[in-house]
Design a protein. Structure first.
Length: 306
């Protein structure tokens, strides 16, 4: 596939979403696993509030409430529920590593509510699958803190890499149970891939696997966030991601793991935490084909296991 074939407009991503295969109960097919661009808290920035001056304010253009990413997430959220009617969502986020701490990258600048419930049976199933694959895991308690994560308090709950995009996708209440799982704190592609592969069975059990991050994430070079200002190395890296994900399943893993050696990788990701969730989704869906659903620079979404 050439990069020109990747969807970057509303019409194009809506067609890509429409072309996703439907799954019916009892047909033996698996729900795809998805890496999705979770965006930034700017996605839910109040429309009646002036943005902070400087580069964060500029981000409203491409990650604000009226940005292409917000528009895509609304379409994405609707389609995955309609096509797959999942029993629950198991979500991995760049903002929760296994040490238990969420990354605290933003000040509390929004006042929003988002409610969700969990599912203890699904949570125990996740722990069982991970342990059977030799991955140490445990359940967290309902009151166990996970770090501030820009929420303004140090307590339990979903991080902004989950509740922010979910709020854009579904409003102020999750439509089904949400179980969040931490990523591997090593941030090594092969470890994240193994993490996803360990929970692959959930896809046959009516569980939707989502893994959220961003294909470009840096606060050292704000020009990198949009292809209009990004360096040639960063633009090339963004396109290389889409090409690697689109490889046949036999060669996809090697192609994707090579991305961390791309000349534009470190300029796009000074730290890997926002990039490696893509390996979780790829590992969960390594047995099938992959399809880019949104190829917009820095905010790609990919379906694996088709």
């Amino acid at each position: 596939m050439t990069t020109s074939a990747y969807p970057t407009t509303k019409d194009e991503w809506q067609k890509a979403l429409s072309d996703l295969p439907e799954i019916k109960e009892g047909d033996g097919k698996k729900i795809p696993a998805f890496f999705f661009a979770h965006g930034s808290p700017m996605l839910i920035w109040p429309k009646n509030k002036a943005p902070r001056p400087g580069p964060f304010g500029d981000m409203l253009k491409y990650q604000g409430p009226e940005s292409p990413l917000a528009d895509f997430l609304k379409d994405f959220g609707k389609v995955i529920l309609e096509k797959y009617n999942p029993k629950a969502i198991v979500v991995f986020s760049a903002h929760w590593e296994e040490s238990g701490d969420m990354l605290d990258q933003f000040l509390k600048f929004y006042e929003v509510t988002f409610s969700s419930k969990g599912d203890s049976d699904v949570a125990r199933r996740v722990v069982d699958l991970l342990q059977k694959s030799g991955i140490q895991s445990r359940l967290t308690t309902g009151k166990e803190p996970r770090g501030r994560d820009g929420r303004g308090f140090n307590g339990p709950g979903l991080d902004h890499g989950v509740f922010v995009p979910f709020r854009v996708m579904w409003g102020d209440k999750a439509p089904l149970p949400v179980i969040q799982v931490s990523i591997d704190e090593s941030l090594r592609p092969e470890r994240e891939w193994a993490l996803g592969k360990a929970v692959d069975a959930l896809r046959s059990e009516g569980i939707l696997i989502l893994s959220g991050g961003l294909t470009i994430h840096t606060f050292q070079d704000f020009t990198a966030w949009t292809d209009k200002t990004a360096s040639p190395e960063v633009v090339a890296f963004s396109k290389a991601i889409l090409d690697a994900c689109s490889q046949p399943k036999e060669s996809r893993k090697a192609a994707m793991e090579a991305l961390t050696r791309h000349p534009g990788f470190r300029r796009s990701h000074p730290r890997e935490e926002h990039f490696v969730p893509i390996y979780v989704a790829a590992g969960a869906g390594e047995d099938g084909e992959a399809k880019v659903l949104n190829g917009v620079h820095g905010t790609a979404t990919v379906a694996f296991g088709l």
